[in-house]
Design a protein around this ligand. Structure first.
Ligand code: NCD
Length: 335
């Protein structure tokens, strides 16, 4: 198992199965704090710098919330235009400076490999919050945590999972990281459902195939959705050369009540990293599924706080000290 203390979290390729289990286990132990049954101030005085050079709601806010739930301070920089990167400063120099102001850094950036490049100059752990179309390791971990929790309700685990990844698999970093993480488990069946032009990169398919898992590549929904989990993704418009090009692929694989009833199993769990594009023309994951109890998307987003709390505790070496720093909650809460 990896020793997390002081490590950067840049790619899911860093993990073996045991390390992933440890992260999920620490995430589980964060539930009472996130649910406001108890407080934990084990990171009191510690400073997180959240550097988000690409739009984000969940990832940025849940990183911040996770750190604050453990008692730490959060500083935020949002948008390249408000930092000296826009004056030509290198990622390396920026890291040299900001790591001097921080105990840990979370970063999102539009360029592939940028967070790894930044980490070279950092004296503190850097956690990748998404580097272009490359990877999104914390999302994959929260997706895995969610799969584990949802499958548990049906007496299943992650081994033996049958999952459909659907939508923009070419540009979607969440499905790249999740596929690689799933390859560590046993007997996984993955259906890659996408328009031919937006299919999963071979390099990712190979990781699953080389680990002996069953991968089906298809562009047809009929007959291919009877799985444990359907994981829908958004067309990553910002990674296309134009809106017109992205528009060509919208609505091809809309998951709605009719499709669910026709092709999914009774218990197929619906996941999506969010944001779902709710504009009518997007036609992606329909709101007519909102009352379906297997729609796990908001539980999934909530789990992001737990997993990010776990990564902070592990990289800052306090994962064994949580109970020592507990306090009661003094305010009204109905969580
Ligand atoms: C995803 C991302 O940024 O890659 N969002 C997220 O972090 N939950 C997915 C997306 O933007 O479509």
């Amino acid at each position: 198992m990896m020793n997390f203390q002081g490590e950067h979290i840049l790619s899911v390729s860093q993990f073996d199965r045991e390390s992933v289990s440890r992260i999920l286990q620490v995430a589980q132990s964060m539930i009472p704090y996130a649910a406001r049954q108890k407080r934990c101030n084990v990171l009191e005085g510690a400073i997180l710098n959240n550097l988000f050079f690409e739009p984000s709601t969940r990832t940025r806010i849940s990183f911040g919330t996770a750190f604050q739930l453990l008692g730490g301070f959060v500083h935020e920089t949002v948008g390249q235009e408000s930092s000296s990167l826009s004056k030509g400063e290198s990622l390396y120099d920026t890291a040299k400076v900001i790591s001097g102001y921080s105990d840990v850094i979370a970063m999102r950036h539009p360029a592939m490999g940028s967070v790894a490049e930044f980490s070279q100059g950092s004296s503190v752990p850097v956690i990748n919050g998404g580097d272009g179309a490359n990877e999104h390791p914390t999302q994959a971990l929260l997706d895995l945590f969610t799969i584990q929790a949802e499958m548990e309700r049906y007496g299943k685990g992650i081994d033996g999972l049958n999952i459909v990844l659907m939508g923009d698999l070419k540009h979607g970093r969440t499905v790249h990281s999740l596929s690689k993480l799933l390859s560590l488990y046993k007997d996984i069946t993955v259906t890659m459902l996408a328009p031919k032009e937006l299919q999963m990169p071979d390099s990712v398919v190979d990781v699953l195939a080389n680990a002996g898992h069953k991968v089906t590549i298809t562009d047809t929904m009929a007959g291919n959705l009877a799985s444990d989990v359907v994981y829908q993704t958004r067309i990553q418009q910002e990674r296309f050369s134009s809106k017109e090009e992205a528009d060509m692929y919208r609505g091809h694989f809309s998951l709605n009540k009719t499709v669910y009833e026709q092709y999914c199993k009774d218990h197929t769990v619906i996941m999506h990293p969010l944001p779902r594009d709710s504009r009518p023309e997007a036609n992606e994951l329909d709101t007519d599924l909102n009352d379906n109890t297997n729609l796990a998307i908001f539980r999934q987003a909530q789990n992001g706080v737990l997993v990010r709390m776990a990564l902070f505790a592990l990289t800052l070496g306090v994962d064994e000290k949580l109970t020592q720093y507990e306090k009661p909650v003094t305010w009204f809460t109905n969580k």
